[in-house]
Design a protein around this ligand. Sequence first.
Ligand code: GDP
Length: 452
Amino acid sequence: MELDTIVALATPAGVGAIGVIRVSGGKTIELVNGIFKGKDLASAKSHTIHLGTIRDEDVIVDEVLISLFKGPNSYTKEDVIEISCHGSPYIIQQLIKLILSKGARLAHPGEFTQRAFANGRFDLAQAEAVADLIASENESMHRAAMNQMRGGLSQEIKNLREELVHFASMIELELDFSEEDVEFASREDLKKLIYSLKGLITRLTESFTLGNAIKNGIPTVIAGKPNAGKSTLLNALLNEEKAIVSDIPGTTRDVIEDVINVEGIAFRFTDTAGIRTTEDKVEAIGVERTYAKMKEASVIIYLIDMIHDTLDDIQQQIAYLRDLDIPYLLIGNKLDQAKAEIQQQLAADGALFISASQKQNLEDLKAKLKELVSLDDFKTGNTIVTNMRHYESLQQTNDALDRVLNGIDQQITNDFLAMDIRHALHHLGEITGEITTDDLLDNIFSKFCIGK
Ligand code: GDP
C-alpha cells in the first residue's frame, strides 16, 4: 500500500535565515517537480542539491535549494525532498499551502520517524532515541541518546533474544518428542543460560537509575538546619531568586525543585525546610519531608552554619548524615563570619568551606559535586537504559525468566516452560518494536516534533 505524501516544516516556526520544508512519500518527486523551475528532479541523481525557483502558476514564491534523496536511501526510505527556503513565515506558509494543494497532506508529529521505523530504517528503541537526541540539553543526555540511536541498546536486546530463541528451540524440540521422554539439554545447562541472561538484564535495569538521573537530573538535596543558608546557596547556584530567602527560621516550607548543569551533568535540586525537631505543625511537615527527601536523594549537600551552630549539634548532624549512607558533601557555610573553633572541627571532618551569600568557593563545591556521582557505566560507554518503557519491559522479561527457573525446579511440563519463554521474548520484542500496538506507536510518536 502506498502511503500519502506528507509535508511539514522541519525548522522552528518563526523568522529565521532559512526554513526547511520536508516532503516524503511516493509522489514527492512528481509533486515538487510540478512547482519547481530548475533541474528535472526525476532524472537527477539522489543526494544532490539544486538551485531554482518555486512557482505558483506564474508567481515566484521563493528562490530555493532542493535537497534530493531518492528512496530507499533517505531518512524515511521513501523519496524525500528538503526545500531550503528563505525563513519568512509568509513564504513558508505559501510553500506548504502550494504543496498541499498539489496532493500532499500535513505530517503528524513524528510521522517521518514513524515511517523510518515502519520501513525498517531502525528499530523502535532507536526511533525513540531520535526524540531524546533532539531534547538533549547537556553532554550526558546527548551521549546516552546518541549511543541508543546508533543501536547500543538494540544490539544488547538482539543478543538476549538470540540466546532465548536458542533456548526456546531446544525446549520445543523436546516437545516434538514428548512421547519419548527425551532431554536434549540438561536442565542444569538451561538454568545456567537463564542465570546468565538474568545477569545481563539486571545490569541493564540497574543502569536505569543512572539513565534516569541523566535524563531528569541527579536527585540532589540541599539540607541543613533552618537558617544554615540553603535557600541562599540554591539561589546562588541557580543564579536567580527561585527560593525565598528569609531571616525567619523555617520560612522555606515549600519544596522547590530545579536543575543545574555541572560540566555536562544535570543535578536536580530539591530545596527543603531545614532539619530540626519542632512542635510547630506546619514546620513539622517540612521536617518530615526533609528527612524523606534526604533519603530519596542520590546526593546530599549538607550545610552547617559556622556562625550559629554549636559543636555538639554539629557532631549530631554529622552522625545522622553518615548513617544515611548516601553520598554527601559536608559544607561549612558562612565562611565570611565563621567561628574559628567550628571551622577547625569541620576541617577535621573533611568539610568544604563556602559562603553562600558572598558566592565564595562555589566552583569548588560544583567540582566536588561532580566527583561524588559515580558515572562509571557512562565513562566506559556501557549501554544505559534511559527510557521508562524499556525499563519496564526488561523487568517483565526478568519476571518471565524467573518463572522459567521456577518451572525447571518444579519440573513443570515443557509446554508451560515454552510459554514463559515466549513471554520473555515478547517483552524483549516490545523494546525494539518487533511487538507493537497502534496505541503504543501513537503514544511514542505523538511526543515528537512535527517535521521529525
Ligand atoms: P535556610 O533557612 O537554610 O534556607 O537559610 P537562608 O538561605 O534563608 O539563610 C538564612 C540567613 O543566613 C539569611 O539571612 C542569609 O542571608 C544568611 N546567610 C546565608 N549564607 C550566608 C553566608 O555565607 N554568610 C553570612 N554571613 N550569612 C549568610
